[in-house]
Design a protein around this ligand. Structure first.
Ligand code: ZN
Ligand code: ZN
Length: 339
């Protein structure tokens, strides 16, 4: 099979992924082999490549927003049949026995394995996964549309749940990429009387136009003061300043959820009286549970979410990651691996 592999920590601008030929992976007991149709391009890949979240071995096949068809069943695998369309997300395996797993927080499992970080992922024509960590994909989505639902969408859904958002409240979204453009569609569907305010980098006109098209009630730049205080905010950015900005614009008793695996710049010092007092809260989102994906995919079909997708070939993965880093992808970047 063809695969784009990472052999060492590098800058994304150095185009570190190499196209190689590898033997097709063989499904072990309880696993399925999936012929990959599409794989989303996620900010986490930038963190892996540049060493903020290093892969656990090299070479590694990145990619954890995988859509494909079941092509071969390992021994004892019974949940799917050949030809079924499935998705694979960031959570690749969890122990099922630790206190976190037993309390529904498998996203915090110390022994968990992550797709494209500890186990080869979807920047390839084939991959294998335990049948317990694959999900049926609703029919209404194309392969390219479904891919970003598996991380950008599902983790956005988790962040929105954690934000304590409710109808009639004000939600602020800092950063408007793959995840936020899905979250606004969930929020507008679930909370028809809510206001959603979107903050982007000042030069991201394409992102701002997409936010308006998707129903944002106000759009501005990070640093702007919105027309109302925010009851809930979600920060999707890779940098630190928007966290302080969200706290500055937060209503008393509000919560800021940070949807990022790493920050490339620190969160600035937080003056207690100005940014935290009055029972303001800050909470990060870490990883994802299978339940998040299982709840979100049918909801995405019901709404229906319409992901905005920019398509790249498998061989163009380096270029896709560079424009992602530059903040120039409107919606979600996805590799088309169907050829
Ligand atoms: Zn566990
Ligand atoms: Zn991701």
């Amino acid at each position: 099979m063809k695969a784009m592999v990472l052999k060492k920590i590098s800058l994304v601008e150095e185009k570190p992924l190499e196209l190689v030929d590898l033997p097709n992976p063989i499904p072990g007991p309880g696993q399925i082999r999936v012929k990959v149709s599409a794989c989303g391009v996620c900010h986490t890949e930038l963190d892996e490549i540049e060493g903020r979240v290093p892969p656990s071995r090299f070479p590694m096949i990145l990619g954890h927003e995988i859509v494909g068809r079941v092509e071969e069943l390992g021994s004892g695998a019974t949940k799917f049949k050949q030809g079924d369309r499935v998705g694979i997300a960031w959570i690749n395996w969890a122990c099922g026995q630790c206190p976190f797993c037993l309390s529904g927080e498998e996203n915090l499992c110390d022994n968990a394995k992550w797709t494209g970080k500890d186990v080869d992922g979807g920047y390839a024509q084939y991959t294998v996964v335990s049948e317990d960590f694959a999900y049926p994909i609703p029919e209404r989505f194309t392969n390219l549309q479904a891919a970003p639902l598996l991380c950008a969408g599902a983790i956005g859904y988790r962040a929105l749940k954690l934000s304590r958002m409710d109808d009639g409240r004000v939600l602020g979204l800092y950063g408007f990429g793959a995840s936020a453009h899905i979250v606004i569609q969930i929020a507008k569907h679930r909370y028809p009387n809510a206001r959603v305010f979107v903050f982007t980098r000042p030069n991201q006109e394409e992102h701002q136009n997409l936010a308006r098209k998707l129903g944002a009630d106000w759009v501005g730049a990070t640093g702007d003061t919105p027309p109302e205080k925010l009851n809930c905010a979600i920060d999707f950015t890779p940098v630190g300043v928007p966290v302080r900005e969200a706290l500055r614009n937060l209503e008393k008793g509000g919560r800021v959820v940070i949807n990022a695996i790493r920050k490339i710049t620190p969160i600035p010092e937080l003056d207690y009286a100005k940014y935290l007092w009055h029972e303001k809260e800050m909470k990060s989102v870490a990883n994802i549970t299978r339940m998040d994906v299982q709840e979100f995919l049918p909801l995405a079909a019901e709404i229906p979410i319409v992901p905005e997708v920019r398509e790249f070939g498998l061989e163009e993965a380096n270029e896709a990651l560079i424009v992602l880093k530059q903040g120039k992808i409107r919606g979600a970047g996805v590799l088309d691996i169907s050829a």
